[in-house]
Design a protein around this ligand. Structure first.
Ligand code: VGL
Ligand code: ZN
Length: 187
């Protein structure tokens, strides 16, 4: 069941990029399974005049999150590469707002709110409630949902529109998000 959204709602789709889907550089198991649900939420949001925000992990070719630079992850989502592109099945409206993150050369930015101006953008648009999906549930979705809640938004995690790197990570992330006041919703 999808509730009626209004202009006080916004949809945030985190890092629905080819590198996080099967066949990509840092694949989330079943990552592309988020697409049908994400597209349904996009239609709902667009119909309600609710902003649709898509974040992209957008790393410079050398980045501290990459193993070659001493970080925890394989090279992924390098700016301008095919793997960094949004998944081709995602149907964003023409007025979708793209947020690039992971661009800093000194540290990673898991959250779409980290140093991007997203919170003040949403406040200026009059948004109170934020519906969050995307990849990966236990990394950047988690960080974005927690930051959204800390910024005072009423955050809803779209469980059909997100997938995690690991089941353990998912369980831990869900516990943390619930603790922070995030509501989990299906559909
Ligand atoms: C992500 C690992 C590294 C994510 C980004 O989008 O969840 N995970 N960079
Ligand atoms: Zn990354």
């Amino acid at each position: 069941m999808q509730p009626n959204l209004s202009s006080e709602d916004a949809l945030l789709l985190v890092d629905v990029q080819s590198d996080f889907c099967p066949g990509g550089a840092l694949p989330v198991p079943d990552g592309d399974a988020v697409i049908p649900s994400a597209n349904r939420w996009i239609e709902q949001a667009a119909a309600a005049g609710a902003p649709v925000i898509a974040s992209v992990d957008w790393h410079p070719a050398q980045h501290p999150s990459f193993a070659a630079q001493g970080g925890p992850w394989p090279r992924h989502c390098v700016q301008g590469t095919a793997g960094a592109a949004l998944h081709p099945g995602l149907r964003l409206p023409p007025d979708a707002v793209l947020v690039a993150k992971g661009t800093r050369l000194d540290r990673d930015q898991y959250s779409a709110f980290d140093d991007t101006g997203l919170a003040s953008f949403l406040r200026k648009r009059g948004v109170r409630r934020l519906w969050v999906g995307g990849l990966a549930e236990d990394v950047c979705v988690r960080a974005s949902a927690l930051d959204g809640a800390a910024e005072g938004f009423e955050v809803r995690l779209l469980t059909e529109a997100t997938r995690a790197l690991s089941p353990e990570g998912q369980a831990a992330a869900r516990a943390e998000m619930r603790q922070a006041g995030v509501t989990l919703v299906g559909g």
